[in-house]
Design a protein around this ligand. Sequence first.
Ligand code: CAA
Length: 386
Amino acid sequence: MKIGIHDIAAATGSLVLDLAEIATNTGTDLAKFHRGIGQFEMSINTVDEDIVTMAARAAKPILDRHGSDNIRTILFATESGVDQSKSAGVFLHGLLGLPGNCRVVELKEACYSATAALQFAVAMVARKPEEKVLVIASDIARYELDSSGEPTQGGGAVAMLVSADPALFEIEPATGLWTSDVMDFWRPNDRSTAVVDGHYSMQVYLDSVGKAWSDFQQAGGNSFDEIDYFCYHQPFTRMAVKAHRRLTEICEVEDVDASVATLEPTMIYNRRLGNSYTASVFFALLSLLDNSENLAGKRVGLFSYGSGAVAEFFTGIIPEGYEKHLRVAHHAEMLDQRTNIDYADYRARHAAYDELTGSYETERQTNGDYRFAGVVDHKRQYRNAE
Ligand code: CAA
């Protein structure tokens, strides 16, 4: 039985900061951002947006198309949790008015957990093929102002409906795994921004590519030549290029530049979004689906990496007729309709984030269908935006 992604849709914040704003105001050469890290813009959330409202915005088109009848499980992957106890997925379930006969949980392991969610969903559908699982990856990447990670902030959500006979991506059984207990990037409970050892994190990421690939080969996975496209976790898009170069070295690929060129359609969205943590590798897949042609029958490899660190390499096949199920215009609109903000506005919003404590109401700012209205008696308030 074929199982995989039957539908996929994405959302991001309502605002955007052009990295030229940071470059001009900090005296940084813009080429460092464009060529050095491969980033152009970063999505910013309004005060009334968070991982739940972005998740709802991503999931809505999927529910409009397929309904919710057979969705008995929602797996919400994030490292930007809004509560230590209650799953962000339960807030989402309420906001979308989904039926009660459903199990809902949140999963965490840095940027990796959505891949675990996807694999768990596949296993659940294998057991009960008539059921569907809604997998959500939603995150907001925040680093300290003036830190090296600052230009790699961003955010977004990807929603995926996992089912039997999927229309978009048939996930294959072989998978390569790697876990190693390291401190390359993490966010302690008393901080709203990540702590990162930037260059070390890149080294651990690259080592994990080799380790996960080696396990994938031992697990009976396809050879390099049998994989047509590669999608990598993209904390910044140059990281995908570095990762692919490492893999081509391991696999002794002759024409490395030609192979690296095939990554291009996987980086179009992430360049404009910034890091979206758990959602990033699925934005890479979505970018490939939306921005390439003639993908039917092609095999795609996905490398998922979460600091701390857990990595997984797996593959899937794009079925015939997949194009009819895409939302290319919707995703272009999502990016183009963001409102540009300037450097001063960006810094004020970043600093104001930590001042929101106790009970408060948020101003209506989002251009999306759902909003986070504030906190009353320690309870987060979510509403339809109209
Ligand atoms: N023109 C062109 N290129 C330039 C340039 C210029 N004027 N100035 C610098 N560059 C190049 C550098 O040569 C370098 O390229 P190479 O790596 O190919 O040598 C690149 O731009 C970056 O320059 P630096 O290394 O000097 O940049 P930095 O130290 O200020 O910051 C970073 C880089 C450490 C990755 C930082 O962005 C960071 O801390 N990011 C957050 C952590 C991160 O994303 N880690 C990735 C792996 S961990 C992960 O994937 C999980 C996750 O999501 C966080």
